[in-house]
Design a protein around this ligand. Structure first.
Ligand code: FAD
Ligand code: SF4
Length: 338
């Protein structure tokens, strides 16, 4: 039996004060990842600070046309919110492609950003793992690595970030707002998660005393031409082998603007600005989409069991961009289940 204390935060400032006072404490929101990690003995917080009742549960339109999503908005509420369904359907699709309805009802926006990798060795405390125990080694490199990274990995870690929602947030150019002891600040979504480098134990640039308070979407939602395509071993309740968030702004057949982000391939949602730039002013066709895919994957490197992902990612990019161009987004089997 491993004991831990439980406390509820009264407001954002109280949450930040409590976490800053105790480096072994952790925030808990929906608990759908943290509780599993505690049961597996991967995380051992001595104190849980429950933030689930903080008033961060609103989805609000901003004066500049964007939308602010409180960090405690449950994934289901967000996916089915009229503003998100109508203006950011890419985000709705990505959320509904993840987990199960029950999990999405519990999971929070902030917690989704901070969910940890699904690398088998990370969860297995009988094995070494640089992310769990820095310096102990990475058995995935020479071991079971079917679900692992093909882009941006390092000699210390080849894990992937498992979120679907974050892939859409990366493509949509979201911002992450946080509060800490030294005040509030915000991150461009691309700067929030980290590549493993020599510090795979750090998934994000969030400081230990900081609370995510909101995620902000800019005004442009690419609602007409988008697709979230998730390739996985089962049709539901499985993490992505490869996922693609694709969004286009078209003028006839010509691409005015493009967004392209991948999930399941790297330690963070993988957005490629070079490939997006290469799509602009091109005719929206398979040749242009193939060139963009080649650019995204130019430095891809697989391991014994996951090399297939490089070709899979190439085909998924072309297919998602084609679906976006034709305004026939990947169908959502969960769409009508509430
Ligand atoms: C069986 C299963 C299948 C799943 N499948 C998918 C899938 O296919 N796709 C997908 O994207 N996800 C999937 N998930 C993951 C799920 O989406 C996450 O577990 C969930 O989003 C985490 O949110 P939470 O509120 O429960 O976080 P918690 O478990 O409460 O917290 C997670 C982490 O975030 C920290 N935290 C929480 N809120 C804040 C905050 N506001 N500020 C700072 N730190 C905070 C906690 O301290 C903890 O470290 C799956 C989960 C399970 C269990
Ligand atoms: S890939 Fe990363 S998380 Fe997995 S065993 Fe290696 S160091 Fe650990």
């Amino acid at each position: 039996m491993i004991n831990f204390e439980y406390a509820r935060a009264n407001d954002v400032a109280d949450a930040v004060r409590q976490i800053a006072a105790d480096p072994t404490a952790k925030f808990i929101a929906g608990g759908t990842n943290l509780i599993d990690l505690m049961k597996e003995d991967v995380e051992r917080p001595t104190r849980l600070i429950d933030v689930s009742r903080l008033p961060l549960q609103m989805v609000e339109e901003m004066p500049h046309g964007g939308v602010r999503i409180g960090a405690l908005v449950p994934n289901s509420d967000l996916a089915y919110h009229p503003l998100i369904e109508q203006r950011y359907p890419l985000l709705s699709s990505a959320i509904l492609a993840g987990a199960s309805q029950q999990l999405r009802n519990m999971a929070s926006t902030g917690g989704n950003l901070l969910q940890r990798t699904r690398c088998y060795y990370f969860y297995d405390t009988t094995t070494p793992c640089n992310k769990r125990d820095p310096g102990s080694g990475c058995p995935a490199i020479g071991g079971l690595n079917r679900m692992h990274a093909i882009l941006g990995h390092s000699e210390t870690c080849i894990a992937t970030h498992p979120s679907d929602m974050c892939v859409a947030l990366a493509a949509l150019d979201a911002k992450v707002h946080v509060a800490g002891l030294s005040g509030a600040r915000s991150f461009a979504f691309a700067d929030f998660h980290r590549l493993p480098g020599n510090t795979p134990q750090r998934d994000t640039n969030l400081e230990p005393d900081e609370l995510i308070t909101a995620v902000e979407l800019p005004a442009r939602g690419f609602a007409a031409n988008y697709s979230y395509l998730k390739i996985r071993d089962r049709l539901s309740y499985a993490f992505a082998l490869v996922s693609v968030a694709a969004a286009l702004e078209l003028d006839g057949d010509t691409i005015k603007d493009a967004r392209l982000a991948l999930g399941g391939v790297a330690h963070k949602p993988w957005r490629d600005l070079g490939a997006e730039a290469a799509l602009r002013r091109q005719t929206a066709n398979e040749a242009a989409f193939g060139r963009a895919a080649d650019l995204v994957l130019r430095d891809a490197e697989g391991f014994e069991h996951n090399r297939f992902k490089i070709d899979l990612a190439r085909r998924a990019i072309v297919r998602a961009l084609t679906q976006a161009a034709q305004a026939t987004p990947q169908s959502q089997s969960n769409k009508k289940i509430r």
